[in-house]
Design a protein around this ligand. Structure first.
Ligand code: SF4
Length: 377
């Protein structure tokens, strides 16, 4: 098959990440080719700290004269994409980011530490939600973002109101618009959020999902069980769609490490695809998860099962970003659905959906009977 987006990103991803260890290849840390810092970001201690981190890593840091990011567009959309994916901007989150939105079926609320991600997943869910070149923006006003959360305590309408999830408390999802672990070495924002939730003596939970594996900085944090770390995984044959992420084996090793560090953990199997021999492939994936957790006791483990879907808008963006991709996105092979906002999305036909749901659910129950399946979508 054609490899639409060869891993051209890897020269910018530095294998300095994790301590050398036997087993999976070390995760690579992103090294942006440009780091832009706005004057407003420098007014915040966290903005200055992120700029200092970038300087300490020897990255080229540009201190801008104005707060607006300009010059990121290019008439050649491929060049614009490549340059944006190699750029980290340290900015102040706009005030709209402090008005939280519900994020069903994952959590009561979503909040953002950053927006954008340096990886190159051909099925990236961000394609449908970001506008403009996909620069990664890390937010400098972290204190304001975290100080804003207590106003939402006890007000959720998603997990807080579901009998079987109410014990999770008010849940806050931090990975809707970014992969916070993929940029943690540059931001430190995730560690700050985990520590803040750990000290928040209330029924709350921070949640994030990641396709990265550099969890070492998180292992010693005082999380107090108030952060659920989920790893987004897929069958091995889908790895060609996930340029610039950590390998599956590295993610599973990281899963074990954070479970041993006492974090509630989870797997987000996403996006589920009817690859050839999908039954065996997904059963193998679930058994690999089970193997990775073998011998770890007292695990609080969840699964979230998300099938592939696309909208006309996300398909258009993804085909612009990855023009040769063989990711199946043919409308006639899908069921057309209307979202509650009246927009169109394409999902798998009902029969296939049901069959995949039954198969994956049964395999999880067989291989990991202690796990809770939070939802299928
Ligand atoms: S890791 Fe997640 S956010 Fe990043 S490109 Fe892949 S799917 Fe998108």
């Amino acid at each position: 098959m054609v490899l639409a987006e060869p891993r051209t990103d890897t020269p910018h991803i530095d294998p300095v990440a994790s301590a050398p260890s036997p087993g999976p290849r070390p995760s690579r840390l992103w090294r942006p080719r440009r780091v832009l810092v706005t004057p407003a970001a420098l007014e915040h201690a966290h903005g200055r700290a992120m700029a200092a981190r970038a300087e300490a890593l020897g990255l080229p840091v540009e201190y801008l004269a104005a707060n607006r990011l300009t010059g990121l567009r290019n008439p050649d959309s491929r060049i614009a994409y490549r340059e944006a994916k190699a750029t980290l901007a340290i900015v102040v989150a706009p005030p709209t980011k402090l008005r939280l939105q519900p994020i069903p079926p994952s959590a009561d609320w979503r909040f953002d530490l950053a927006e954008g991600c340096p990886a190159h997943c051909q099925y990236c869910y961000l394609a449908g939600s970001l506008s403009g070149p996909p620069v990664t923006r890390a937010y400098a006003n972290l204190d304001a973002i975290l100080d804003n959360l207590p106003a939402y305590l006890g007000q959720g309408a998603i997990t807080s109101t579901q009998a079987d999830r109410a014990h999770e408390g008010t849940t806050f999802e931090a990975s809707c618009y970014t992969d916070p672990l993929g940029i943690e070495h540059l931001t430190g924002s995730l560690s700050a959020a985990i520590t803040r939730f750990g000290a928040w003596d209330a029924p709350v939970q921070l949640r994030f999902t990641t396709k990265f594996a550099a969890v070492k900085p998180l292992l010693g944090l005082a999380h107090n069980g108030r952060t659920r770390i989920r790893f987004s995984v897929n069958v091995r044959s889908a790895s060609r769609y996930e340029g610039g992420t950590a390998s599956l084996d590295a993610r599973l090793a990281a899963l074990r490490a954070v479970a041993e560090a006492g974090y509630p953990v989870g797997l987000t199997i996403a996006p589920i695809l009817p690859v050839p021999d999908w039954q065996d492939a997904y059963a193998g994936l679930i058994r690999d998860v089970s193997g990775a957790l073998a011998g770890v006791t007292d695990i609080d483990l969840t699964f979230e099962l998300i099938t592939h879907r696309f909208t006309p808008g996300s398909k258009n963006v993804l085909q612009g970003w990855y023009p040769g991709s063989d990711l199946p996105m043919t409308e006639t092979e899908r069921s057309r659905k209307l979202t509650k906002f009246g927009s169109v999305k394409y999902v798998f036909p009902q029969d296939l959906m049901q069959s995949m749901r039954t198969d994956l659910t049964e395999e999880i129950r067989r291989s990991l009977p202690q796990a809770r399946i939070l939802y299928w979508t």
